[in-house]
Write a protein that binds this ligand. Structure first.
Ligand code: AHM
Ligand code: MG
Length: 333
């Protein structure tokens, strides 16, 4: 049995120039994940479910667990001093860590500390999504906005934690996608899914179909295509939607499928955030052999202009994403 810590150190040896900072940084994320996991497991017994009554910068009501997860990840990342700043879905602005260790470190972390948090109240899986970049500003000075507004192709690592029927941490540093399952009795993540590959053709589609009438024509036509009977192509496909991106993504990653959150008439840029949700998932899916696009273009090549930027998201099995892009070009071009 190989632990996450052992695996990270073993892989670090593949990079002679690595100084170990990224390994320590992933260690901070692992630690915060364990703390959040412990709290989520007690939800219902302690006063941690429900809304705070506070709205975040995007006008969404924050859940108590959103804030708890945000503070836990922020504190773990600041304490270890391996990052010069973070940006979070739950923070209005980026936060720079200006301790001597902080400003001298070369990485920034962008995160959605608790994705799908409205699911907590009903005991459905939620997740944490993270993305790591090298800063572009000089080491030794406080982080600046440009450190966070980098296209996804610049990511050095990305991953997610699912607090589900079991708790898993899945990550990539650009050398495949690896999954670790937490043994709850020991609080240790063990390697359980090495080098995950997503099937090129899936037969599951995940989308909030309640928004159907507001979707672009390309998506409407694609959904009808998914529902058609056609034995050679395994259609009709199956519809599965948890409403927790990390969980929907994880199922599709393992079994093949596509996750879609397109633009809608009322939300022309979609719902999901480019920096905290789409880029990390795009890096993971590409590393596993899949694709991620905004319906037309590769997600990871989009240059962000603002921290909380939203973007339509089509992510999953290579050929399914290609089909959606073909439908978009034909009917919503
Ligand atoms: P959140 O970051 O505010 O939790 O929103 C992201 C979540 C995703 O996990 C999920 O896929 C999506 O929002 C569900 O949205 P909807 O309820 O509109 O289908
Ligand atoms: Mg989210």
């Amino acid at each position: 049995m190989i632990t996450l810590g052992e695996y990270i150190i073993e892989k670090q040896q593949d990079f002679p120039e690595a100084t170990g900072e990224l390994s320590l940084l992933l260690g901070s994320i692992r630690l915060a994940a364990k703390v959040v996991n412990r709290e989520i497991n007690k939800a219902g017994l302690v006063d941690i479910i429900g809304a705070t009554g506070i709205e975040n910068v995007q006008g969404e009501v924050q859940q108590k667990m959103d804030l708890y997860a945000n503070e836990t990840f922020k504190a773990a990342l600041e304490a270890r001093g391996e990052v010069c700043g973070i940006a979070s879905e739950e923070e209005d602005e980026f936060v720079s860590f200006n301790s001597e260790r902080g400003i001298n470190s070369k990485y920034v972390v962008l995160m959605d500390p608790l994705d799908g948090s409205s699911n907590i109240d009903v005991n459905v899986s939620v997740g944490t999504i993270f993305s790591i970049y090298k800063r572009v500003s000089p080491v030794g000075q406080p982080a600046v906005l440009e450190d966070f507004l980098q296209p996804g192709i610049k990511q050095v690592a990305a991953g997610y934690i699912i607090y589900g029927s079991s708790t898993m941490l899945v990550y990539t540093t650009g050398n495949g996608v690896h999954g670790f399952t937490c043994d709850p009795s020991l609080g240790v993540f063990y390697l359980s899914h090495e080098n995950i590959r997503i099937p090129e053709d899936g037969r599951t589609y995940s989308i909030n179909e309640g928004n159907y009438l507001k979707f672009p024509d390309g998506v409407k036509k694609y959904l009808k295509f998914c529902q058609e009977i056609d034995t050679p192509t395994n259609r009709p496909y199956t519809s599965r939607y948890i409403g927790s991106l990390a969980s929907d993504f994880h199922r599709n990653l393992l079994t093949g499928g596509i996750y879609l959150y397109p633009s809608t008439a009322s939300a022309p840029k979609g719902k999901l955030r480019l920096l905290y949700e789409c880029n990390p998932m795009a890096f993971l899916i590409e590393q596993a052999g899949g694709r991620a696009s905004d319906g037309y273009n590769r997600i990871m090549e989009v240059t962000p202009t603002e921290l909380h930027q939203r973007i339509p998201f089509f992510c999953g099995s290579k050929n399914m994403v290609k089909d959606t892009n073909d439908f978009m070009a034909k009917y919503s071009g």
